[in-house]
Structures are given as C-alpha cells and as structure tokens.
Design a protein around this ligand. Structure first.
Ligand code: PAF
Length: 292
C-alpha cells in the first residue's frame, strides 16, 4: 500500500497535533487547498517546508465559495490520491474536515461571514459575486483552526492572494501571507485542478490564453511610460478578440491593473502592472494572470 500523509478530520484532533508542535517551539505553515492536488500545490508545500518546521495542507471543497449553478457537485474529490501525493513532499499533516465539521449549521446557514471589499471588488467578483466572501470566511476559519505562522497561496489566483493579504492586514491576523509563482505546463497553461475537465480538443486550445496575455504584455511594454488606462483598455479589448479567435467561448474579462492595488489604470502608468483574465472553454472557466 502506498504511504500516505496522516490526516485529521476534526478541529479537536488538529489542535492536539498543532499544540504538540508548538510546545516544542516549532513553526507552522498552512497551504489551503480544495484538493485534486497538482504540481503547483506540491510546490507550495515545498515552499512552506523551506519557511517553517511543519507544513499543514488543508483539503476542503468549500461550498460557501460556489454559487448554486457552479461546479461544487462535480468538483473533483480525490482525498486518497491527494494523501499519496502529499507523502512525496514535505507535508506533515493533511487537514481534511467534513462540511459538517467546518459548518455545523450548514454552509448556507453559517451565521458569521467575512465580507471583503477593496481588492475583492471587480474582476472575479463581477462574475462570481459570492466567491470572495466564501473564500475569506473559510480562510479565516482555517487560520483560526491551524493558527499558522504563515499561509501560502499561488499567484494563479492573484486577486484571491490580494484579498488574503488585505484580510490579515485589516483584521490584524497574526500570520504572514506568502504568494508563490504560478506553476505552468510546458505549453504555458497554468496548472489548475479544473484543467482535468478539459476535453482533448479544449486542452489543445487552452494554452492560447496564456499566449494572448504574453502578447498583451509585449504591447504594454512597447507603449512605454506614457501608457494610460484608455490605451491599456483598447489593448485588452484586442486580446479579448484574440482569445475568442483561438477557440475560447465567452471571455469574462481581460484587465490591466496596478499590480499592488488591483486598481484600474488612470492617466499615469503604475510601477508594476498585472494582466488578469478569465475565459470559458466549453463548460470550464479558466483564469490566468501575468506580470507586465
Ligand atoms: O484557492 C483555493 O483552492 C481556494 O479558494 C481556497 C483558498 C483553498 C479556499 O477554499
């Protein structure tokens, strides 16, 4: 039988293990996931190991961040193979609560929520209005349950990372949020648990999203220091057309933003830009973002 990482399913069991580590003076990193682990997640674990004595990976498909019409029911649940994969990296413990353990009254009836604004407005929120309250609420709970010194999030969900930084700053949560670069397939497609939904044809088209963002980054660079919001929007609109021409269905957005604040561009070019995009391939919604 394959070696598996130990896992716990109750807050009480989790706390007992973490308490033991703390009594020995050990530091703890948390990697929050929804499971269906891929190479990108495993790199987050290694990063956690480089920064802390112990690494906890949470595996929880969070109903609170899915709208009723979204893919909560079909989201892959692969705990056994996730535990096998975690045994190949420096993970000490998987925290895999049931929905009843996380939300005893049910996710919909859970009375206390974290409702972020600021970085949580626009972009993803325009298309998934419930999403960031669900993510912030579950991550607040995960942080309270594990009480890590740091939590690690992939840059693939760039806006989510910004919302996490904002939440710990605004609510004085005593942990560091660490962002890690997106891990990509050889053809540029960002690794994602949802890539497994893609048909062979869709998988062939999928890298065109990243290629279009790279082309936009080159155009933004060519626009130089005088780049304004109006020019950036026109270039982004051209990229929307390119993504559609490559075979994608609806393009939810391509946006050029201030990399730090995620604010739209005005009359002057910010120090660092981020290009963010979301588009549909069949029934699968892909997101990606790059620095520019
Ligand atoms: O990025 C994810 O997988 C989820 O949004 C997270 C952070 C684990 C919260 O459920």
């Amino acid at each position: 039988m394959a070696t598996r990482v130990p896992h716990v399913e109750t807050v009480a069991a989790l706390r007992e293990i973490v308490r033991g580590w703390r009594q020995r003076g050990e530091t703890v990193a948390l990697v929050p996931t929804m499971g269906a682990l891929h190479g990108g997640h495993l790199e987050l674990v290694e990063l956690g190991h480089a920064r802390a004595d112990r690494v906890v990976v949470s595996v929880f498909v969070n109903p609170a961040q899915f709208a009723p019409h979204e893919d909560f029911d079909r989201y892959p649940r692969t705990l056994d193979s996730d535990l096998d994969k975690l045994a190949t990296v420096a993970c000490d413990l998987a925290w895999a609560p049931t929905v009843a353990e996380m939300y005893p009254a049910g996710a919909a009836a859970h009375a206390t929520r974290v409702q972020p604004a600021g970085a949580a407005l626009g972009l993803e929120a325009d298309f998934r209005p419930h999403f960031f309250a669900g993510v912030a609420t579950v991550c607040c709970k995960l942080f309270n349950q594990v009480q890590p010194d740091l939590a690690i999030f992939g840059e693939k969900d760039y806006q989510q990372l910004a919302v996490m930084r904002q939440m710990v700053r605004d609510l004085d949560m005593p942990l560091e949020i660490l962002g890690a670069p997106t891990v990509r397939e050889a053809d540029g497609l960002a690794m994602s648990s949802r890539n497994r939904y893609l048909s062979a044809d869709e998988r062939r088209i999928a890298p065109a999203l990243n290629a279009a963002l790279q082309a936009l980054a080159a155009r933004l660079a060519a626009a130089g220091p005088g780049l304004t919001g109006t020019t950036a929007d026109a270039l982004a609109a051209e990229t929307v057309r390119e993504i559609a021409a490559a075979g994608f269905g609806k393009v939810d957005y391509v946006a050029v933003r201030d990399a730090d604040t995620l604010a739209a561009l005005g009359e002057s070019r910010p120090a660092a830009l981020r290009i963010l995009a979301a588009a549909w391939l069949g029934k699968t919604r892909l997101i990606d973002n790059i620095a520019a």
